[in-house]
Design a protein around this ligand. Structure first.
Ligand code: GSH
Length: 219
């Protein structure tokens, strides 16, 4: 099968699928687009105007990162999703929670002033405390086995790590299991190789340009 991922270079949702493909050592092509000025073919394959989009053998198209990841997982064994139906459903619920956390992280990055930033940071911390309660001995979400839930949280934790370095808020000190999970994920070759080589510079520059409160720490 020929896979093509349509991406925006900083998108955490596309990064989930990149990690899945790399974990499975499945070759793929990645096409970066400018979401502010998308190519004329994009609306026809992305009904919600979002990335990721996965093209399979050119003419089959999927959108939504969780759906794309499950399809990739089912068609490229061995599976990363747990085999037990309860465990799998539980993982899906926490992947959805992780998507919500990515939204919170984005709002924190875009908050205009310190009050707005603190409000979003506190909401994010409250959500991280829920995640903390789900984690066991690690190193991954389900224990020893790396899963789709790990692919779903790695982009969030990679970005939080960058933010913490520039403007420390003690988020991982207050959620130590999440901190250890971040370390295990960031050490994983598929995670490290899931972004462009100058990702950190691009990430910092992009949010510095947005002019929000955090931007001045990222510049
Ligand atoms: N629920 C979607 C979210 C994807 C998403 O929000 N992608 C962003 C880029 S990171 C996007 O394409 N935004 C463009 C827009 O909302 O117009 C998924 O999991 O794939």
């Amino acid at each position: 099968m020929a896979y093509q991922l349509i991406s925006f270079v900083l998108c955490p949702f596309v990064q989930r699928s990149v990690i899945t493909l790399k974990e499975k050592r499945v070759p793929f092509e990645i096409t970066y687009i400018d979401l502010q000025n998308p190519p004329e073919w994009f609306p026809a394959i992305s009904p919600m105007g979002k990335v990721p989009v996965l093209r399979v053998d050119q003419d089959r198209v999927l959108f939504e990162s969780a759906v794309i990841n499950e399809y990739l997982d089912e068609t490229n064994p061995p599976p990363l999703h747990p085999q037990d139906p309860w465990r799998r459903a539980h993982n899906r619920a926490w992947i959805e929670f992780g998507s919500n956390l990515i939204g919170r992280q984005y709002r924190m990055l875009m908050a205009l002033d310190e009050d707005g930033f603190i409000q979003e940071r506190d909401g994010l911390l409250a959500d991280l405390r829920y995640v903390e309660q789900q984690l066991g001995e690690g190193p991954f979400f389900n224990g020893a086995a790396f899963s789709l839930t790990d692919t779903a949280y790695a982009p969030l934790l990679m970005r939080l790590d960058l933010i913490e370095r520039r403007h420390p808020q003690g988020l991982f000190a207050q959620t130590p299991k999440v901190g250890a999970w971040r370390d295990a994920l960031l050490a994983r070759p598929a995670v490290r190789g899931s972004v462009v080589t100058d990702f950190q510079e691009r990430f910092n520059a992009y949010f510095a340009e947005q002019g929000g409160y955090l931007g001045k720490y990222l510049a």
